[in-house]
Each structure stands twice: as structure tokens, then as C-alpha cells.
Design a binder for this molecule. Structure first.
Ligand code: FAD
Length: 387
């Protein structure tokens, strides 16, 4: 570990492995994944073969040691070349966290080993047509019936819809109550009454599926309830505190990938007798882009270390929202500038920066929009001040 690189030797080794895989195996697929819009099962297989799903799980459940920081580093490295591929790891963490945080030993035993190996993919299903930022407005219900729960309703914009084997689903066990009426469940893809609906065409991260889920009298064992009835909303927020940094990591990767490309381009493209990187207006942009990457990464790694050190509650909520907000704003600005550095070529599909720009936009929207992140940060600040 050094002031320049906060990672230990072992952590650097893992980063080196992911970086090499990203450059050699993922980068050549990135444009194709974007063009076809098909979910990249070959990349899932690559991550399985190299035990990269294991980075976020305890050894007890077949993982290689549950490190939040190394999960973020892995998402970042993959996203440097392909944000859809980085999202596969980030979503595995998002979809598994509910079981890791609130699962009984029996639930952990049933689900985590197959998530740690990557045999199963996971999803997190909170959003509905009428409830995005306002999750208490959700209408999906779950009713206890003997030793089962019966779910009715639907979800929208769910990442990994149709490719996940397990979905952590939030539903109202008491529709009269707001947040306190929400409970969390594990729904397996083959549950009777469960169906995946339309997969949405979209601006970026095109290889990732985003789709509707329908629950029509969907029956699941009562033992699939996560935590106690009524505690689902708190769990949903605890999950987001730990998963938002994954989106920040995707954003830092995108920003770094775009910066690297723009710097290389600026060295070779000549106008008015010199490489464009020597024109001061372009040089200034490159400097701002690199500074953005560096500061965003520092905040990201700080949150990763906080999670690994067991920091919880208000401090984690605030820092995690800051990382998601800051890193995604950096990604949007930097990828836009990268297109500008390449001029007309930047606008063309032949170059990767237009894809990076399209992919970056979602990091300001999902897992809570950046308006919501600002509200969360301000709320936690005011709470701390009162205390
Ligand atoms: C590609 C993609 C993947 C996704 N994956 C998942 C997933 O895996 N699981 C899941 O559960 N969800 C997922 N989502 C949903 C995503 O988290 C929501 O779209 C997002 O939280 C915003 O909700 P909304 O779309 O309903 O927008 P709205 O809540 O309708 O917001 C519309 C606008 O109003 C602003 N706004 C809303 N309320 C306030 C307020 N109080 N103050 C200030 N501004 C406000 C918002 O910032 C936004 O700009 C995904 C979405 C997309 C597009």
C-alpha cells in the first residue's frame, strides 16, 4: 500500500487480473454488445471462470472473501472498456445484498453459493410504473396464505429481468401503511405466477436487460421472506447504501476509459501544424477530465474501505450517496468532453466515446436519481447537525 496506490499487494494482483481480462477479452466485445443489444452470456462465463463473482462473497459461501473495495475495483476495471459488463458484477452485488444482510443461515445456504459461483444471476426489484423515486407508493402486494405468500402486481425497469434466477422483490404486506407496510422476498424465476414482460430498448448499457416483472397470484414459500414483515423498506435502503458505490464504480470506469481514449487521440490528431493535445483549449479539457477521474476514484475507494471496515448508518448513507452523485456527474461531463476532443469522429459509432457517453447517462438515474442523492445527502447532513 502507498500514498499513490491505496491497494495492498494482493488487491493490486486482483486488479491486474481484472484489468488484463477487461483489455484482452472484454474490450473486443464491447462495440458488438452495444450494437446487438443482446445480453452477453459469454462475458458472464468469463467472469465465472475467473471467480470474479466470488469477490463479493464470504469464503463460507464459496466466495473468495467478500471485499466491497475489490468489488468496486472490479466493476471499475470492466467498465473502463464496457459498462454493460461492469454492470453484470454491480447487479450481482445489488441483487445478493438483501440475502447477505437479512437472510437466515438457511436462506444464505440455499442461495449464496450459487450466486458466488455466478451459476445464478440476481436482480433487485423495487421500481414500479407509479413508484420510482417514491417507493412507498408501490402497489405490488404480498398476502400470507398458510405456509406461502401470494404476490400480485408488477415491477418495471428491472436490471437482469429474464436472465436472473433469483429476484429480491419488495411488496406491501400491509397496503394501508406507507414505508412500514413493505416487506422483502426472494422470488425464484420458476415460481408459479411469475412472468417476465417486455424488455426495454434503451439509450445505453444496451446489453443489459431492463424489463417488466409480473406477479399474478405468484406463490412462494413463506420461508422466502427476508427479515421480518414490514422491514422491507429499511432493507431496501440498507442495500442501496452498499450498492450505489457500484454505480459510482461503473461511472469512474467510464470516465477513465473515455479519458484514456481522448488522451491517445489528442497525441496523434494534428491540426494547424501540431497535435491537438498541444492546443491549450484541448489540453485544459484533458487536464480537467483526468482530475475528475482521480478525485472521483478517491471518493469511491474511501466508501469501499468504509464498507469493508463495517461503517454503517448515517455516515455510510451520506458518503455512498456522495460517491454515486459525484462519480456519475464526472462520468457524464468527462464522456461528453471526450466526444468533443475527437470532434466529428467522436460522434461516429466507429469510435467508442459516443457509446461511453450514452452509457454514462444512466449512472445519474438508476439506484436513485442524482436529485434524490442530493436530498439524501442534505437530509443526513441536517440530521447530523441537529444531533
Ligand atoms: C436502465 C435502468 C435500469 C434500472 N434498474 C433497476 C433495477 O434493477 N431495480 C429497480 O428497482 N429499479 C431499477 N431502475 C429504476 C430506477 O431506479 C428509477 O427509474 C429511478 O429511481 C427514477 O424513478 P422514475 O423513473 O420513476 O422517475 P421519477 O421518480 O418519476 O422522477 C422523475 C424526475 O423527477 C425527479 N424527482 C422525483 N422526485 C423528486 C423529489 N422529491 N425532489 C426532486 N426531484 C425529484 C427525479 O430526479 C427525475 O428527474 C432502472 C432504471 C433504468 C432506466
Amino acid at each position: 500500500m502507498s500514498a499513490l496506490d491505496p491497494l495492498s499487494d494482493e488487491q493490486r494482483e486482483i486488479r491486474g487480473l481484472v484489468r488484463a481480462l477487461a483489455r484482452e477479452r472484454v474490450a473486443p466485445r464491447a462495440a458488438e454488445i452495444d450494437a446487438s443489444g443482446e445480453f452477453p452470456w459469454d462475458i458472464v462465463e468469463l467472469l465465472r471462470e475467473n471467480d470474479l463473482f466470488g469477490v463479493m462473497f464470504d469464503e463460507e459461501y464459496g466466495g473468495i472473501g467478500a471485499s466491497a473495495l475489490m468489488t468496486l475495483v472490479s466493476v471499475e476495471e470492466l467498465s473502463t472498456v464496457c459498462a454493460t459488463s461492469g454492470l453484470i458484477l454491480a447487479t450481482q452485488e445489488l441483487g445478493s445484498l438483501g440475502i447477505k444482510l437479512a437472510g437466515t443461515p438457511e436462506q444464505k445456504e440455499r442461495f449464496l453459493p450459487r450466486l458466488a459461483s455466478g451459476e445464478w444471476l440476481a436482480a433487485y426489484a423495487l421500481t414500479e410504473p407509479g413508484s420510482g423515486s417514491d417507493s412507498a407508493a408501490m402497489r405490488t402486494t404480498a398476502r400470507r396464505d398458510g405456509d406461502e405468500y401470494v404476490l400480485d402486481g408488477g415491477k418495471r425497469f428491472i436490471t437482469n429481468a429474464g436472465v436472473a434466477s433469483v429476484y429480491v422483490v419488495f411488496a406491501k404486506t400491509d397496503p394501508e401503511l406507507g414505508h412500514d407496510g413493505i416487506s422483502a422476498f426472494v422470488v425464484e424465476a420458476d415460481a408459479p405466477g411469475f412472468q417476465v414482460g417486455r424488455i426495454e430498448p434503451k439509450l445505453g448499457i444496451k446489453g443489459s436487460t431492463t424489463g417488466e416483472l409480473f406477479f399474478d397470484g405468484c406463490r412462494i414459500p413463506a420461508s422466502n421472506l427476508l427479515g421480518a414483515e414490514g422491514e422491507g423498506f429499511k432493507l431496501a435502503m440498507r442495500i442501496l447504501d452498499r450498492s450505489r458505490p457500484g454505480i459510482a464504480a461503473q461511472a469512474v470506469g467510464l470516465a477513465q476509459g473515455a479519458t484514456d481514449y481522448a488522451v491517445e487521440y489528442a497525441k496523434t490528431r494534428v491540426t494547424m501544424g501540431k497535435p491537438i493535445g498541444e492546443h491549450q483549449l484541448i489540453a485544459g479539457m484533458l487536464a480537467d477530465m483526468a482530475t475528475g477521474c482521480e478525485t472521483a476514484r478517491n471518493l469511491l475507494y474511501k466508501v469501499g474501505r468504509m464498507i469493508d471496515e463495517g461503517v454503517d448508518g448515517s455516515e455510510l448513507t451520506r458518503l455512498s450517496a456522495m460517491a454515486k452523485l459525484y462519480c456519475s456527474d464526472v462520468a457524464m461531463r468527462v464522456t461528453t468532453d471526450a466526444v468533443q476532443v475527437l470532434g466529428g469522429y467522436g460522434y461516429m459509432k466507429e469510435y467508442p466515446v459516443e457509446r461511453m457517453l450514452r452509457d454514462a447517462k444512466i449512472t445519474q438515474i438508476y439506484e436513485g436519481t442524482n436529485q434524490i442523492q442530493r436530498l439524501v445527502i442534505a437530509r443526513e447532513l441536517l440530521k447530523a447537525h441537529d444531533a
